[in-house]
Design a protein around this ligand. Structure first.
Ligand code: ADP
Ligand code: MG
Length: 184
């Protein structure tokens, strides 16, 4: 769990399902059984800030660690900075093979920052390397139909989405921000 670099280690025990009725409790509890990982399926959590995307991803990641899987949690922006740095040092292959070996890779917050052409290509290479081999969990504030605005390039957007969504569970969370629950 330490090596997975989670920003915190919240489990679903603290989760208030009644606050977020758009989340299907049964479906989320099933993700914790990790059957999706046996089939190398991906999970994509989509919703506005504060609706629990990251918390859900972490709780599934912790479960995978407990089952002995190699897991890494990484913010999308940080991942792209690391891939770019590896590329510039001529170490891209080594970096890609490292990130593609994790049994479960959690890429948090795709879409908060625009992604340049080169970074989009690097992300495509990573998604392609993991395709049908290992599961990836992604959180995003953007609907998949708006991802072309993030990557600013229809071709690479289509290529990334094609691999990601071939075997995927997309969970859309439409409720209010839990962070802002006290505000009137
Ligand atoms: P997101 O990634 O969607 O922006 P987070 O997963 O970071 O949101 O959730 C924001 C905060 O609110 C976290 O501390 C999370 O644990 C908490 N939280 C969100 N929804 C719930 C809920 N329904 N019950 C308990 N805690 C929640
Ligand atoms: Mg988040």
């Amino acid at each position: 769990i330490g090596r997975a670099r989670f920003p915190n280690t919240k489990s679903l025990d603290t989760f208030d399902f009644s606050f977020q009725p758009s989340i299907n409790r049964q479906e989320v509890l099933e993700f914790q059984n990790l059957a999706f990982m046996e089939k190398s399926e991906n999970l994509i959590f989509i919703g506005n800030p504060g609706v629990d995307k990251t918390h859900l991803a972490i709780s599934i990641g912790i479960e995978a660690c407990k089952q002995g899987c190699r897991v890494l949690f990484i913010n999308c922006h940080e991942l792209l900075i690391r891939l770019r740095a590896a590329y510039e040092k001529g170490l891209l292959d080594r970096s890609l093979s490292r990130y593609s070996r994790y049994d479960l890779l959690i890429i948090d917050e795709i879409g908060y920052l625009p992604i340049g052409h080169q970074e989009a290509n690097l992300l495509f290479q990573l998604v392609n390397a993991r395709y049908e081999k290992h599961s990836t969990i992604i959180t995003s504030n953007s609907d998949l139909s708006a991802w072309v605005d993030i990557f600013q390039n229809p071709t690479v957007t289509a290529a990334i989405l094609d691999r990601l969504v071939h075997h995927v569970h997309v969970v859309k969370i439409t409720g209010k921000s839990y962070r802002l629950r006290g505000l009137k």
